[in-house]
Design a protein around this ligand. Sequence first.
Ligand SMILES: Cc1ncc(COP(=O)(O)O)c(C=O)c1O
Length: 455
Amino acid sequence: MTSRTSAKSRLNLFSKHLDSKPFLELNTPFSTERSGSIEDAQGNRIPRNKPQELKKPEPEQLPKKEEPPKMASAQAPHPALMIPGPIEFDDEVLKSMSFYSESHVGQPFVNCFSEVLQNLRKLFQTTDPASQPFVISGSGTLGWDQVAANLAEPGDEVLVLHTGYFADSFADCFETYGAKVTQLKAPIGDRPQLDEIEKALKEKKYKIVTVTHVDTSTGVLSELKPLSDLVQKVSPETLLVVDGVCSVGSEEIRFDDWKLDVVLTASQKAIGCPAGLSILMASGKAIEVFKNRKTRPTSYFGSWKNWLPIMQNYEAKKPSYFATPSPQLVHALDTALKQILSRPLEQRFADHKAASKKIKQAVTDYGLKQLASKPENQANGMTAIYLPEGITPPDVLPNLLKKGVIFAGGLHKEIATKYIRCGHMGVSVTDPNRKDLTKAIESLKEALTEVGHKV
Ligand SMILES: Cc1ncc(COP(=O)(O)O)c(C=O)c1O
């Protein structure tokens, strides 16, 4: 082979990674953003709806690129990350990650892990000794795998209450493990009503019902207590599983009082820790269901058969090993939880409600609508905002960035190009020294004005 042909074949190999047509389409709008179009409900490509009548200002008319804002923290200056997770970090949380290397089975680390598990019980408001916390390296998605692999067996019936994109993905996860999924869907911005859920529960015996406490694609909040009361009344054996990835830490959750069976979450949202930890609380009932399985879990890494003894040993401060945890992330979570628990939880939830009210009022004042139109459906840690007709996320997000604020684009496949999302969780709303929220509200107004929207 000449050096020229071998270089060409190497280039061919390399360029395979850059293939513009991926083997499988991603199921998020991020796959379509690149190709400049989105799909309708039938999967047909819809060209981007560029604003016609609203002329964008010439670059010289735009305000001069501002210096990155000074932060109320020791971190390098950076735009305020106001997306619905990951969120801004507190300095102390970040600092606790620069912990020297220690043995993951050494007593000091095991003691720290034990405290984390005990503090999670406080955050989830459970005092029942049968409840079982899990902290496993991974993201929120691993929580879905844990539930589907450990609590569902092939052929089991699962009812997924749908309030947006994340229910579709959880349903897909269950199907991956062989469960039979029924989705109860609500119109975009709404949630399935209790009478519809009751009807569904009476029609079929479900082993598991899942609800997304806050769907990050729509900002829709689901009420847990009335749902749990209903499940207890109509189908008490059914396990109630809550996807709390976008709610734990910003919305009230009373694990024992509300008789929840699983609440799964992740480190990077309202808990305010860097991404990388799957955090889950299981009830004694859920653990019994797991122990009574007829078949073996078809996940190895996610199997509670492997993790249950480890979590129990860690909490009892006994060194043990299944798979190496990340000591640095666990230290960060330890700090984040201690900060959260240093104040009454009610105060924390009240702060999130107040911040949410502020931003939602501004959205209304700017003449915009939220995806979640009913106040009782609106999350307190994020807001999903419809853009004015003819304006798309790429028209406003770069302007927001120039002003030092990062918002997220739409995620719900059917309307992804029509809306943006703002996260308001954690230190951005609880630290009085931070101006993230005010900055977000002011910048949104300016960014809208710059694309011709009258505010
Ligand atoms: C409600 C909800 N569930 C699950 C997930 C998946 O979590 P992760 O991206 O950490 O895997 C997310 C992510 O944003 C989410 O918002």
